[in-house]
Design a protein around this ligand. Sequence first.
Ligand code: HEC
Length: 219
Amino acid sequence: MNYKKNILNLVSALVLGSIVFVACGDSQSPGVEYMPDMYRSPAMEVYVDYEFPDSATSRKAPENSIPIGYRPYPYTNDLEGFELAGKDLRNPLQLTERTIKEGKKLYESFCAHCHGKKGLGKGSIQNAIYGAVPSYMDETPNRRGNRSMRDLKEGHIYQAIMYGLNAMGPHSSLIREQDRWKIVAYVQTLQGKDPIAMQQDKDAVKKDTAEESIESETN
Ligand code: HEC
């Protein structure tokens, strides 16, 4: 009886052993994969051929993808984009006294050293290239040639923050979207306007854009 049992043990040991050795026989084979996610990362790995036609593992994002938290800005950095922004772009914030106050603080950090606290173009930075900082109250045509600083609409001012102009660098990477709009509202007060009243009075905005299209027809 004992002898038989020993033989049985020996046979099963041989069978098991051969399975183990067969698994190890092919050096390229990983053998049985228990929970393959632990072996194979679901993320793409470098130097692995995934059989893309161009063989590059680092794939480009599909066209027109938008990063999380990023909002595309459709207006181009040229006269046409500037005019379109002026015509269509509106401040998305509900303006209150508080917004203006916050805008003032931001303006004093980001703009006043060139444009001056009161927006008269007399900031603390005095340099020949910044010497020509125009006042927001200027009624003469600015260097773009077709409109005065006082005439700039909220969209124009936003566009100026996004792209800058000549000696003024772009500020889009320095100031968050909401804060840009707060600054815009404050700059409007420096133009002698009342952005809160203008926002509340939708007819005034319509009238403003109507005048706009008449202007651009005559220009
Ligand atoms: C480094 C100095 C400097 C800083 C900082 C600066 N500006 Fe300017 N800005 C200028 C100059 C110079 C011009 C005139 C550019 C020209 O006409 O060539 C100008 C022009 C403008 C214009 C008119 C643009 C146009 O299209 O006619 C606006 C609006 C404006 N700035 C707003 C701002 C705001 C808002 C800030 C702060 C976020 C700011 N600027 C920061 C120097 C500066």
